[in-house]
Design a protein around this ligand. Sequence first.
Ligand SMILES: [Zn+2]
Ligand SMILES: [Zn+2]
Ligand SMILES: [Zn+2]
Length: 122
Amino acid sequence: MSTLTYFQTRSRMLKASGRCTRCGSMPLAAWNRSMCAYCLRRMKLAARARRVERARRGVCRNHGDRPAVAGRRSCQACLDADLAYKQVRWRALDAAGKCRDHPAVAAVEGKTRCVACIMSGR
Ligand SMILES: [Zn+2]
Ligand SMILES: [Zn+2]
Ligand SMILES: [Zn+2]
């Protein structure tokens, strides 16, 4: 049995019994179905510390081994992926006639933003 399978089985069992899949001793947090509030908080703090540390070193926030693009916090690959994601999103919003920044608001006729966005100079 591989280690991975062991942990997968273990976390599935813990999840089924309503226990945190990380520490196994605390009940699950109400808003998360795999970890307790304590472990979730620790994970969040660790993630934030990692982001701060990576920004300080000037590397990508997602890839600690790649340099960040000057003035940004991500590497070129992440920026490209980000832009590709945004463009798909924008295309869908444009087609639906919605503001690119406020998907719930209709865009001004012939524009890609709502009145509020255009008024604020965006
Ligand atoms: Zn836990
Ligand atoms: Zn990256
Ligand atoms: Zn808007």
